[in-house]
Ligand binder design. Structure first.
Ligand code: SF4
Length: 354
């Protein structure tokens, strides 16, 4: 499969331009809360609470964490795909596309609609969220992408067929209804849909979770190949650490609405600095390892009333007194490797905490 003749480095992309070297996504101090009111009582759920990170051009950034860690809310917020009661209450989300830097929350709805699919696309967990069950696949492609690519309907469909061919998909699937296709085929089609306009940034939310292992491997390989050919960046979200180990270049770990560790994937797996990351990695099954895996005690905290200090302290095997009192900031303890942990920081500085 080669996409090179048509899509590298992408429409209007000039390798070496300032935009090509700037981070593609900059998230700074982002806070997104569910703000509800029941019978006169206000309730605030801090699903994303002061998250800062960047994603470079041409990299796959993984986001991991258990259910309710806030990772799905974070990516919906980055894509500006939110509606009340979820609101952004602080921070910024800025993309540096080829035509300049834009804060997505400073853009008009029309401007956001103009970049959706063409520069920023979103692969969701369930393919049926995107593929309309009562419309043939062809119509879905027309609905989502025709206005971005322009030209006549015939030219557009030729482009779609060529794109499917490059992704080793039979163009005859365009005549099918989604229910006539397997789950793996539908998920491949959502990737084809998300990449037809050659976007600079792709958000993929658990795109392989519902698939069996063999199909999952195929879909991940396809996504990696498309990304490399197009030079796009991907923000890939899954709780499955094995997928992160195989796919992502850098990895961020979320716990209770906050980013707690981030670094090159290989480094994070070889030497996790945060106790929560260490637990996620230790719980992965390994060939020849008969040791019984033990879960973490307790459950993730309520984000409506998170613990004081480090939010992980009620479950942390390394917690000390300071952990209950002060929230640890994210700090770079090794080049490119950031962590939010008092004990890891003290250890890096040769100090002991008690
Ligand atoms: Fe555990 Fe304390 Fe580090 Fe939090 S700051 S992860 S409680 S050691």
């Amino acid at each position: 499969m080669s996409l090179a003749p048509d899509v590298h480095p992408g429409p209007g992309r000039s390798v070496g331009s300032p935009a090509a070297t700037a981070p593609l996504l900059e998230v700074s101090g982002l806070k997104a809360y569910y703000q509800m009111r029941f019978f006169g009582i206000s309730r605030e759920v801090r699903a994303v609470d002061d998250v800062t990170f960047t994603i470079r051009r041409n990299e796959i950034y993984g986001l991991a964490g258990e259910s309710s860690s806030g990772k799905s809310t974070l990516i919906k917020t980055i894509a500006r795909a939110i509606r009340p009661p979820l609101n952004v209450v602080g921070g910024t989300v800025a993309f540096t596309f080829e035509d300049g830097r834009q804060d997505i929350y400073a853009m008009s709805p029309a401007q956001v609609a103009a970049i959706r699919w063409s520069r920023l696309s979103y692969v969701t967990q369930g393919s049926m969220n995107v593929l309309n069950p009562v419309r043939r696949i062809r119509s879905t492609f027309v609905d989502f992408a025709a206005r971005h690519l322009g030209g006549s309907r015939r030219d557009f469909l030729t482009t779609v067929e060529r794109h499917l061919g490059r992704l080793s998909l039979d163009p005859r699937v365009l005549d099918a209804y989604p229910h006539e296709l397997s789950g793996g085929m539908r998920q491949r089609l959502t990737i084809a849909l998300a990449t037809i306009c050659r976007p600079e940034f792709i958000i993929a939310d658990e795109p392989t979770t519902a698939l069996d292992v063999v199909v999952q491997k195929d879909v991940l390989a396809m996504l990696r190949e498309v990304q490399q050919e197009m030079g796009s960046s991907i923000l890939f979200v899954t709780h499955d650490m094995a997928v992160h180990a195989n796919l992502t270049d850098r990895l961020g770990i979320m716990y209770a609405g906050r980013l707690v560790e981030e670094g090159p994937t290989r480094k994070v797996f070889q030497r996790p600095l945060h106790p929560y990351t260490a637990h996620l990695i230790a719980s992965l099954p390994r060939l020849g390892d008969d040791m019984r895996k033990t879960g973490l005690p307790g459950a993730p905290p309520s984000l409506a009333d998170p613990p004081t200090g480090c939010r992980f302290h009620p479950r942390c095997p390394s917690a000390v007194g300071l952990c209950r009192e002060a929230s640890p900031p994210m700090e770079e303890l090794e080049p490119g490797h950031r962590v939010a942990c008092h004990v890891a920081k003290a250890h890096a500085e040769g100090r002991r905490l008690s």
